[in-house]
Design a protein around this ligand. Structure first.
Ligand code: URA
Length: 436
């Protein structure tokens, strides 16, 4: 096969065969196809997708499959024929995995989530987990199996052996302005999910100021594309589209988010309704996939949360991965930041907008996230919001609390937080939190 001919066919909007796609992906992963040819190919792909609206789902399924097979496949189906996985396209204050996963597992479905770290946003799932002293987030295959047997729930880092072709392609997309192709994003996300062969997969596609997809129509296109690829691959999934127009829950920052998740698992609800709703909806979607009706699945999910069964599962998950469970029983043990300062509302009115990107930037300035690969993060740093969109606030009332060990960062973070909030005399009609 000739790469030039394949690039030309893609440029002209033609569909490539599974063999041709595998030739390109394997060749690229093995350094047989150079960056310049692969760059041309993915740019052609980007144009056909985003400019011409020309996507072939069977071809994308071949692309996904080729990326999965470029690396290790972690197949636990002999021990765990049912295995739940969830993927979120990422948001601000998104700690849903720590709530929905123990709910699902407490309902009898073992769960394995391979997650990553954060860059540009406030920590990733693994960074958040590492606020719990002792917890390990780099389990190998045997350790994953052992932890699955012990607690039924594992969240650990993805390994470099999983879908290496995707890692190489993603780095190339990053420097060739081809990341925002719905087709390429879908194949990239799914290649990492399918490498663990989950029996049920739930996707949380977020849209809004705090999401990768700013616009709901883009989110719908991404959701539909992933669903069609999975159908081509004979795999079922549930996809929820959820709003990320404001931080989910109240806290942004690693230990703060873990403490908020523990509080919900222990029964707290106040000001956390949006987060609880999204967590229950995602949990119910996966329970439904094990053969329940939507109503039964929802009932089971609510019962697992309310009875404390999900909290018990979370405790055994932390213990099985080496974490100190005393911190779950006594969250005051988590070291607090030296400075905890309120940001006050400059005027009275309704909170009509909270710009998530400014909030993330503020949290990162306070120490909660990385600006560059390799930066260390301060687990205690972050923001707790005190006013959600649609609520009335008086001038001088606290909009948010800043937590930081960096005194010099407080003024800049405060300015960012103030710029994130819009306060107006008229309230707003909030969008639906969850679309299915
Ligand atoms: N996340 C991924 O894993 N891949 C993409 O292409 C975009 C977001």
């Amino acid at each position: 096969m000739n790469p030039v001919e394949l690039i030309a066919r893609k440029r002209d909007g033609k569909k490539l065969s599974p063999e041709e796609i595998a030739f390109l992906v394997q060749g690229y992963a093995e350094d047989k196809i150079p960056d310049y040819q692969m760059s041309a190919f993915i740019m052609a792909y980007y144009f056909q997708d985003m400019v011409c609206g020309n996507l072939f789902y069977d071809e994308l399924a071949s692309l996904t499959d080729a990326m999965v097979h470029s690396g290790e496949i972690l197949d636990f189906s002999a021990d765990f024929p049912l295995l739940y996985d969830k993927h979120s396209t990422g948001g601000v204050g998104d700690k849903v995995s720590f709530i929905s996963t123990p709910i699902v597992t407490a309902c009898g479905l073992p769960s394995l989530l391979l997650s990553g770290r954060g860059l540009g946003h406030t920590g990733g799932t693994l960074d958040k987990m590492e606020s719990i002293p002792g917890i390990r987030v780099n389990l190998n295959r045997e350790e994953m199996l052992r932890a699955l047997k012990e607690s039924g729930m594992v969240i650990t880092g993805t390994t470099s052996a999983i879908a290496p072709a995707d890692r190489k392609l993603y780095a190339l997309r990053d420097v060739t302005a081809t990341v925002p192709s719905v087709g390429l994003i879908s194949a990239s996300i799914l290649s990492k999910k399918l490498a663990i062969r989950p029996s049920s997969l739930v996707l949380d596609v977020k849209y809004g100021s705090g999401a990768f997809m700013k616009d709901i129509n883009q989110a719908k296109r991404l959701a539909s594309c992933m669903q069609k690829i999975l159908t081509e691959l004979n795999r079922s999934c549930r996809v929820l589209i959820t709003s990320m127009e404001e931080p989910l829950g109240r806290s942004i920052g690693n230990a703060l988010e873990i403490k908020e998740s523990i509080a919900i698992l222990q029964g707290e609800k106040d000001g956390l309704e949006d987060l609880i709703q999204v967590s229950l909806a995602l949990a119910a979607a996966s329970i439904e996939m094990s053969g329940c009706s939507p109503a039964e699945a929802r009932e089971k999910a609510v019962a697992a949360l309310q009875s404390g069964a999900a909290y018990q599962t979370f405790c055994s998950f932390v213990e099985a991965q080496g974490g100190d469970v005393r911190y779950l029983e006594k969250p005051d043990l988590f070291p607090g930041a030296r400075h905890c300062l309120p940001v006050s509302a400059p005027s009275s009115g309704y909170v009509t907008h909270i710009d998530c990107e400014s909030m993330v930037l503020a949290a990162n300035i306070l120490g909660a996230g990385r600006f560059q690969l390799g930066d260390s993060i301060d687990h205690a740093a972050g923001i707790v919001t005190c006013a959600q969109r649609g609520t009335w606030i008086e001038a001088g009332q606290t909009l948010a609390l800043m937590h930081s060990n960096r005194r010099e960062a407080l003024a800049e973070a405060e300015a960012r937080i103030l710029s994130a909030y819009r306060i107006a005399p008229q309230s707003i009609q909030k969008e639906e939190l969850i679309l299915r």
